[in-house]
Design a protein around this ligand. Structure first.
Ligand SMILES: [Mn+2]
Length: 441
């Protein structure tokens, strides 16, 4: 599965990335679309993910020997993205070295010890002071020390987000800043202008189009295109982009259809993970979101991946961990999405089980974890949709104020637990139902 890397994103790479808390469809779509772009464009394209790989995805990636997409914790520009490595001067070197560089037009010269420790910088004031200093030392035989001329210029951490320091930086007097790494060693210099015009991460969003569900910092990124099958959210772009949102059962269906018209043969492994996305999102075609296009794409992909569609589908669904043996926080956060509904923030988690009778044992525990998130994230409503993939029925555990709970149009079966009947789709069935409750409130 590889080590979790924490390198900054690269401005020259296009990242294909699914929503936060990625599910199988988000992972499969990122891998499939990145492959398609790699073979059809000259761009440097990489599949990425905005969170941990779930157990279904891990199962599919191992089954088809595909590397997990690269983890991107944030795509917000940092100082490392704008700093440039200007060669520093050693405090023990002759002062004339630094003076010459200032005289040649460098705005600031970083002063760095041999071991990389950043001491500060020399700017135009140092040049002026040096003249005064020089005059008073004309009769000395020792070369004058110039430590006292080093200025403590504002210094930022390479990994710090520009946005977090922008206001402070705009208020500061100088135009030049120093950048250090987390160990306090010299990294580079940066000007005010560079901070104001950082490079933007290039993103292709798959399996989501709402910025509230996207990787942190997506609002500062350049969205190159969107391929999705959810309701339209609040995505705004400066220029027109390819924006494909179609009501099919899985984003992987849309990408598989694009592959079908492409002359390059889809590798077996890529076909396998895209097939997994379709089977997972449609619950092997049992979800009401399923269309004939999903079935056709899945049959084609299963053929390419050389697996039996239904047998593999059952193995994949079985890889879902269910309610037992996991902390409540893991169950709730594994597949949770936030929605803006009638100016309120609503959070909906979903878990697939093979028996709804698992709920009573965990009810108190899960409701506690839901309440904690409701308060911490200042949500109006949070719920966990527990879906039985055998009987295709769901229950809903929720936390909200009692006025809102009283408006829910579902039969109550226990404290804060409601029966949703033959509802299995969050986006097609539950989201519209909750939306109308909140709008009528
Ligand atoms: Mn999906």
């Amino acid at each position: 599965m590889g080590q979790e890397r924490d390198e900054p994103w690269d401005p020259n790479t296009t990242y294909v990335i699914g929503h936060q808390r990625p599910d199988m469809d988000a992972i499969g779509a990122a891998i499939g679309k990145a492959w398609l772009m790699q073979v059809t464009t000259n761009e440097n394209v990489v599949a990425a993910r905005a969170g941990q790989v779930g157990s279904q995805s891990r199962f599919a990636l191992e089954k088809f020997s595909v590397q997990s997409p690269r983890l991107l914790a944030s795509v917000s520009p940092t100082f490392s993205h704008v700093a440039h490595h200007q060669s520093p001067v050693d405090p023990k070197s002759p002062f004339t070295d630094a003076l010459l560089r200032l005289a040649n037009g460098e705005r600031v010269v970083p002063v760095v010890k041999e071991d990389g420790t950043l001491l500060g910088g020399l700017g135009p004031t140092a040049l002026a002071r040096a003249y005064a200093n020089l005059a008073s030392h004309l009769s000395d035989s020792d070369p004058p020390s110039w430590d006292h001329l080093i200025e403590a210029l504002p210094t930022y951490q390479a990994r710090d987000h520009l946005l977090d320091h922008r206001n402070a930086l705009l208020r500061s007097e100088g135009d030049d800043f120093l950048v250090a790494n987390s160990a306090g060693k010299y990294f580079g210099t940066v000007t005010r202008r560079q901070v104001l015009t950082p490079p933007r991460a290039r993103l292709v969003l798959v399996d989501h189009n709402e910025i509230s569900q996207a990787v942190a910092g997506a609002d500062e990124a350049e969205i190159i295109s969107v391929i999705d099958h959810h309701r339209l959210g609040n995505a705004m772009t400066a220029t027109p982009i390819p924006f494909i949102v179609e009501p099919v059962g899985s984003t992987c269906t849309l990408i598989a259809e694009a592959c079908l018209w492409n002359p390059h043969t889809v590798p077996k492994s890529i076909a396998g993970v895209m097939l997994s996305g379709i089977l997972s999102d449609t619950l092997i075609f049992k979800s009401p979101t399923t269309t004939t296009r999903d079935r056709a794409a899945a049959v084609w992909l299963a053929d390419n991946a050389e697996v039996d569609l239904y047998k593999y589908g059952r193995d994949l669904i079985d890889a879902s961990p269910g309610l037992s043996d996991r902390p409540a926080s893991d169950i709730i956060d594994a597949d949770r999405k936030n929605y803006d509904m009638a100016s309120r923030t609503v959070s909906i988690a979903q878990i697939e089980v093979t028996d709804l009778n698992e709920i009573p044992d965990r009810r108190a525990d899960l409701l506690g974890a839901l309440l904690e998130r409701l308060e911490r994230e200042q949500l109006s409503f949070i719920c966990l949709m527990v879906t039985d993939v055998i009987t295709l029925k769901s229950h809903l555990l929720c936390q909200a104020d009692s006025a809102l709970l009283g408006q829910l149009p579902f039969p109550r079966v226990a404290d804060r637990e409601y029966e949703l009947g033959a509802m299995v789709s969050r986006k097609k069935q539950l989201v519209p139902a909750l939306q109308s409750v909140l709008e009528d409130l």
